[in-house]
Design a protein around this ligand. Structure first.
Ligand SMILES: C[S@@+](CC[C@H](N)C(=O)[O-])C[C@H]1O[C@@H](n2cnc3c(N)ncnc32)[C@H](O)[C@@H]1O
Length: 258
């Protein structure tokens, strides 16, 4: 294999496309059937393809009605934690992870359950700081005030709200994705074999109730640990992304050395 791939592409492309490819002047290393750069020689090889990175946060006490003040997010059922987790899941420096989705299951007063989903691919206008995200959540809750059970609306580009229970979402996701429960006693993330579609489930400051853990078992969820220390929920997505980013980059480095 002549020449070496441009690794900057390898870093950038997974953020904006669901397929992955690298090119230099004359060659393109590609994991898909389509030719992403016509006129250039294609070299196919097997890659770890991770099409979608999906996260589900169970926020047991987060408010489900918009009657909270942005200056007091912790009092709104730890909405501060929810906002930090969203920011850490969707953003890298000055850029949105377009291949990432985070669902937040809100179960606090006064109209539980509410499910809010943030899609990196189509997201527009979401601020990066806690207050701005808190405001977006409050506006979304306002738009979702009269939802019937099972109903979903797109409140703004890339943000949906529905009246759906956490357990229902888990069952749906288990049909199309490998459920992965982030848990201190699971397999180390460093050795875990990922599939194409992965949905990472995590708790808030309270953790997951025992009956939900049993449901995850029944749905075939795999448990993985991120390290030896109990972390904040908002730390976890960064570590997951970092591991997946490293695995993808290492593959390109291995290939370019052949
Ligand atoms: C602040 S922790 C929950 C603490 C809660 N008191 C408990 O015992 O579960 C928030 C969530 O982050 C995830 N988490 C924290 N540390 C982790 C680790 N080292 N490995 C995997 N997941 C972790 C878990 O999903 C956990 O529910």
């Amino acid at each position: 294999m002549s020449g070496s791939p441009n690794l900057e592409w390898a870093e950038l492309i997974p953020l904006v496309r669901k397929d992955i490819w690298v090119q230099n002047q004359t060659e393109c290393f590609c994991s898909l059937g389509e030719n992403p750069c016509p006129g250039v020689t294609i070299k196919y090889f097997d890659l770890l393809i991770i099409k979608m990175r999906e996260f589900i946060l169970l926020a047991l006490k987060a408010k489900t009605t918009p009657d909270f003040v942005l200056e007091q997010l912790p009092e709104a059922g730890r909405m501060d934690l929810v906002c930090r987790t969203i920011a850490n899941t969707l953003y890298v420096s000055n850029e949105m992870r377009r291949d990432t989705v985070i669902h937040v299951s809100m179960n606090g007063p006064r109209d539980p359950p509410k499910l809010m989903s943030f899609y990196g691919e189509t997201m527009k206008g979401l601020g990066m700081d806690e207050r701005a995200i808190g405001e977006m959540i409050r506006n979304t809750l306002k738009k979702g005030t009269r939802l019937a059970l099972g109903e979903e609306i797109e409140a703004s580009p890339g943000i949906k709200i529905s009246k759906k229970a956490f357990e229902t979402l888990l069952k749906e996701k288990s049909q199309t994705s490998q459920l992965i429960y982030l848990h201190k006693k699971g397999e180390d993330i460093r050795t875990f074999q990922f599939k194409e579609n992965n949905t990472f489930v995590l708790g808030d400051y309270i953790g997951l109730p025992g009956k939900t853990e049993k449901l995850l078992d029944r749905l075939g969820a795999q448990k993985i640990k991120l390290g030896p220390t109990m972390l904040f929920a908002s730390h976890c997505p960064i570590i997951v992304h970092n591991e997946l980013d490293r695995r993808i980059k290492e593959q390109f480095e291995d290939k370019s050395a052949q």
